[in-house]
Design a protein around this ligand. Structure first.
Ligand SMILES: NC(=O)c1ccc[n+]([C@@H]2O[C@H](COP(=O)([O-])OP(=O)(O)OC[C@H]3O[C@@H](n4cnc5c(N)ncnc54)[C@H](OP(=O)(O)O)[C@@H]3O)[C@@H](O)[C@H]2O)c1
Length: 255
């Protein structure tokens, strides 16, 4: 569905959300494959650590909720590289929330990062990619965005919006020569999930998640989801009528 990537050597990749977890391991893997990386997140020291041994890596610390910081980072990157082959928007945040603990401020903060932050990233890169008529955008949503789930009262809708956004982006951008990747991880052991107080089914490491993500892009997939033993199960639930879906989720989660 997208162009395949056979060789990462010299590919110019901007990873936004690269200081820990899935983004950090993806950046490490791409550096090992010979790609040229620009790394962004708030934690500059974390980014430096990922880039150690790769002196030409661009370190562009920023908060994705800061639109002007993203535009400035984009300008620095274009000044150095002259173009961009792939941007991976991995940055995101999670709050466990159920309806009886609804907190409007926390909800708005989450949406500000997961949705508005992603839109800020898009605004920074779209004109360049459209002008080039080449390159790609990958957005990390979550398999939790496929259907409503307990404890994901705001996180789930934020990721559902990103899934829908990727589908629309693909329709608009693929005919213009731009690759679009929807990346839906299941449970991955990272700082984001470290506080979960339940057994996470089919939990994988961030290293394995990065390998899945990168090999999905290499194969030119649109929907890159992993681990399949878990994500395929959730994808199937989309076919269920609500009565059966709600019954199943209550039964499986006990919530
Ligand atoms: N772990 C899972 O099970 C799982 C499952 C499905 C989807 N995901 C998604 O995968 C993505 C990566 O999560 P992860 O699990 O790897 O967690 P993580 O280790 O907490 O990584 C999150 C990354 O996003 C960056 N970030 C967060 N808020 C930011 C902001 N306002 N501005 C700039 N950067 C920001 C963090 O860097 P700084 O703190 O340095 O800014 C960090 O680099 C997220 O979008 C998450 O929703 C994770």
């Amino acid at each position: 569905m997208n162009n395949k990537i056979k060789n990462w050597q010299g590919q110019r990749v901007w990873v936004i959300g690269a200081s820990s977890g899935i983004g950090a391991e993806t950046a490490r893997l791409l550096l090992a494959h010979g790609a040229k990386l620009a790394l962004s997140a708030r934690n500059a020291a974390g980014l430096q650590h990922i880039a150690s041994g790769h002196a030409d890596t661009l370190i562009l610390p920023l908060n994705i909720t800061d639109h002007s910081a993203l535009l400035a980072a984009r300008d620095t990157l274009l000044e150095k590289w002259g173009g961009l082959d792939l941007v991976l928007i991995v940055a995101g945040t999670y709050n466990k929330m159920r309806a009886d603990e609804f907190d409007l401020e926390v909800a708005k903060q989450l949406l500000e990062v997961n949705i508005n932050g992603t839109l800020n990233c898009l605004d920074a890169v779209l004109p360049t990619l459209l002008k080039q008529g080449s390159g790609g955008i990958g957005i990390v949503a979550s398999i939790a965005g496929l259907r409503g789930l307990p404890q994901a009262l705001i996180y789930g809708p934020s990721k559902a919006a990103l899934i829908n956004l990727c589908e629309s982006l693909y329709l608009d951008l693929r005919p213009r020569g731009i690759n679009v990747y929807l990346i839906n991880p299941g449970f991955v052991a990272t700082p984001l999930t470290a506080g979960n107080d339940f057994a996470m089914p089919s939990l994988i490491s961030a290293e394995v998640a990065a390998q899945e993500l990168v090999s999905g892009i290499e194969r030119g997939e649109f929907h890159i989801h992993f681990p399949k033993r878990f994500t395929n199960w959730l994808r199937l639930t989309r076919l269920l009528p609500y009565r059966l879906y709600f019954w199943l989720i209550h039964k499986v989660t006990g919530l």
